[in-house]
Design a protein around this ligand. Structure first.
Ligand code: NAP
Length: 258
């Protein structure tokens, strides 16, 4: 299927590895020029050169997207874009009683206020040109809380509320905002969560993975490539009527009819 976005420009945040990288790859395959970001310059450059293999222009900006300085550098390099994919690392797991105000502020900054700041900066130009796409990478924890990820549950729920209202305000101008909710995907993040299970329960990594896979009806982890393909579709010409939705990619893990 031709996604109809060849020649558009996208900013994909936190895109040197994992799900962000999957989104950047799928957009590059569709002919979209990219600005990509991550903190570590080496992995970011490696991803940028792979993306250039699709024949698109790629600008890599190293920096922490959750800081004001990091965002300023990324936004300066990006200028105005047609497509924004927001993403950042997720908060650490823990226990509800231990989380301090500081921990919450950090999580809110990373997973709620950063995507909101990026949307505020980039939506006006999309509105002015009458076309734009925003995809926020959130989590299945928005639909079904993951007890040890309370910081993530809280911050992402806040972002989801903001998107619910804002998506309806920008839709009249040809701009869509949607959220993609990953369940367990085979990325570094999944490995570190498996290591947490391994340490907490005194079991092997294989046992921790097998246990988590067994909890997913599809009996496997998702891949960054299939996640990226869904993101690219949401950014495509065909997805203009999908507005303010929260789309689960979880192999059926959230047991709900709707
Ligand atoms: P990942 O494999 O660990 O990759 C994270 C990417 O983001 C890397 O490129 C990393 O590069 C970059 N990054 C992290 N923090 C950043 C920051 N502050 N500024 C700029 N770049 C940053 O993680 P992932 O699995 O793709 O997860 C992406 C998001 O989805 C996370 O928020 C995660 O919590 C959420 N999620 C993932 C899963 C899953 O199973 N994978 C499930 C639910 C939700 P640097 O480290 O070099 O910055």
């Amino acid at each position: 299927m031709d996604l109809g976005i060849k020649g558009k420009r996208a900013l994909v945040c936190a895109a040197s590895k994992g799900l962000g990288r999957g989104c950047a790859m799928a957009l590059a395959e569709a002919g979209v020029d990219l600005v990509i970001n991550a903190r570590g310059a080496e992995a970011l450059e490696a991803t940028a050169s792979e993306l250039r293999g699709f024949g698109v222009q790629v600008t890599a900006v190293a920096g922490d997207i959750t800081t004001e300085a990091g965002r300023a550098a990324v936004l300066a390099a990006a200028g105005s874009v047609d497509i924004l994919v927001t993403n950042a690392g997720g908060p650490p797991p823990g226990v509800w009683l231990d989380w301090s105000r500081e921990d919450f502020i950090k999580a809110l900054d990373a997973n709620m206020l950063t995507p909101i700041a990026l949307m505020k900066a980039l939506l006006p130009a999309m509105i002015a040109q009458g076309w734009g796409r925003v995809v926020n990478i959130t989590s299945q924890s928005v639909k079904a809380p993951i007890p040890q990820l309370g910081l993530s549950n809280a911050a992402r729920a806040g972002l989801t509320g903001y998107v619910g209202g804002t998506a309806r305000q920008v839709a009249p101008f040809g701009v869509t905002i949607n959220n993609l909710l990953p369940g367990i995907h085979a990325t570094d993040r999944a490995v570190s969560l498996d290591q947490g299970v391994m340490a907490a329960r005194g079991i092997t990594m294989e046992a921790a993975m097998a246990e988590r896979q067994a909890s997913i009806p599809a009996r496997r982890y998702g891949t960054a490539a299939e996640f990226g393909a869904t993101c690219a579709f949401l950014c495509s010409q065909h997805a203009g009527f999908i507005v303010g939705q929260n789309i689960l990619l979880d192999g059926g893990a959230v047991n709900a009819t709707l």
